[in-house]
Design a protein around this ligand. Structure first.
Ligand code: RNT
Ligand code: ZN
Length: 420
């Protein structure tokens, strides 16, 4: 018997003593797909040659070897996927259209411009999610898109939103799993505006136009993502949380929560249960804000565990759609993917190995001392042994042994790429 399995068997007995079936936990973990964001691979650059990243978001660092085209991004993703246990989803942005040299503006994008991505996903058994790209474009230079007072600009972005929903619906149809199409816009002002209502009314009208076309929910799910502020847009954000929460509730859309988009003392972990009372699904962008929406690599920190504890406690593994959203250009980009996705899964696993029903019963009986004691003692249970066994079961390297593969790829492939 190998030691990974031996350690697992011992740990399994420990969990059994507190009423936890670790085999069942691993089954659930295996079935939970994480939507992996393609944009970590190239610092949110895309394939359009449209210049700098705009919209108040920023990827800092210049680690060598970033993907410069679709072939490189796909190859890099393959390395990451080979080191992550389970079957997942890939989250694309409109700026990753593959047009083979043809210049296609954002309002003219069609499903055929994503045919190579559909083939890529089909070959690997991945689902696809999607995002219109309302930034890094000449028509978004003022950080005003769907709320622009310039009608030509506003209607251009409305056409983009409509085009993207058709593309995402095609993903869902071809891959047999609904595609989440998430609208995030950078719109806002650097300083205190003279008019807050006007931009918000224009945004509402634009969304009404974009969401007028109805699609089968087996193919397409729609969400809107609010925010508190962006760099250079500190004074006012048109698409604030309450704007979108209300809009989504009234219009049958989902309201996506990005945990970098709230005031630092507000926690998305607390918002999940509130949203579950209103919506049948809650999409997330899991990231790591450091002081602000800095989109650092997801670590196994307290807030990540608080988020997954809530998902599992609410028995909402199938209702909470987990997507990642970070972009660190200062470290190896493939390692950044692997670290973040594996951490997301580790956090889910530790949550799946908790006796939630018993802890809830203690709360309802006002036994707060015992509830605290049990919660704290759980923290040193041997979930690491269960995680290692999960990696072995799913044929990916355990612990730090995945890293030499990334180093080898860096030496053989990434180091040969010149900076663009
Ligand atoms: C920006 C939003 C948005 C983007 C991606 C690239 O603050 O979080 O989701 O990060 O669309
Ligand atoms: Zn986000």
């Amino acid at each position: 018997m190998n030691s990974i399995l031996q350690k697992y068997e011992v740990s399994k007995l420990e969990y059994q003593k507190i009423g936890i079936d670790s085999d069942a936990a691993l089954e659930k973990l295996k079935r939970k797909a994480i939507s992996i964001h393609c944009w970590q691979g190239d610092d949110v650059t895309g394939f359009e040659d449209s210049g700098a990243l705009t919209g108040g978001i920023s990827a800092t660092g210049n680690y060598p070897g970033k993907a410069r085209n679709a072939q490189e991004l796909m190859a890099d993703l393959d390395i990451a996927l080979s080191l992550i246990p389970g079957k997942h989803r890939l989250n694309l942005h409109a700026m990753y259209a593959i047009t083979n040299g043809e210049r296609v503006d954002r309002d003219a994008l069609e499903p055929r411009h994503f045919a190579d991505w559909i083939d890529y996903a089909k070959d690997r058994g991945l689902g696809l999610d999607f995002n219109p790209t309302f930034f890094s474009h000449p028509k978004a230079a003022e950080n005003l898109t769907l709320s622009s007072p310039d009608e030509e600009t506003r209607s251009f972005w409305v056409r983009h939103g409509k085009a993207c929903r058709r593309i995402a619906a095609e993903f869902g149809k071809q891959l047999g799993t609904p595609s989440l199409c998430n609208v995030w816009i950078p719109d806002g002002y650097k300083d205190h505006p003279a008019d807050r209502l006007g931009p918000r009314l224009r945004l509402k009208n634009s969304l009404d136009e974009i969401f007028a076309e109805k699609f089968d929910s087996h193919y397409l799910l729609d969400s809107v993502e609010g925010k508190v502020f962006g760099i250079g847009i500190e004074g006012f954000t048109v698409g604030s949380h309450e704007f979108y929460l209300g809009y989504a509730t009234r219009n049958g859309l989902y309201c996506l929560l990005d945990n970098g988009h709230y005031h630092p003392n507000e926690n998305v972990s607390d918002k999940i249960s509130a949203m579950l009372t209103l919506f049948d699904r809650v999409p997330l962008h899991v990231t790591r804000p450091m002081h602000w929406d800095s989109d650092h690599v997801v670590l196994l920190d307290d807030e990540l565990k608080a988020i997954t504890n809530e998902i599992v406690r609410c028995e909402a593994l199938d209702r909470v759609l987990i997507g990642l959203d970070y972009f660190d250009a200062s470290i190896n980009r493939i390692a950044a993917w692997v670290i973040g996705v594996r951490n997301m899964q580790k956090a889910l696993l530790q949550a799946l190995l908790m006796p939630h029903a018993e802890l809830k019963a203690l709360q309802d009986a006002n036994c707060f001392t015992e509830q605290m004691m049990r919660t704290e003692e759980l923290k040193t249970y041997p979930w690491g042994a269960v995680w290692n066994y999960f990696c072995e079961q799913n044929n990916v390297p355990i612990r730090e042994s995945w890293f030499p593969r990334v180093q080898d790829y860096e030496n053989k492939v990434l180091s040969k790429r010149s900076a663009k």
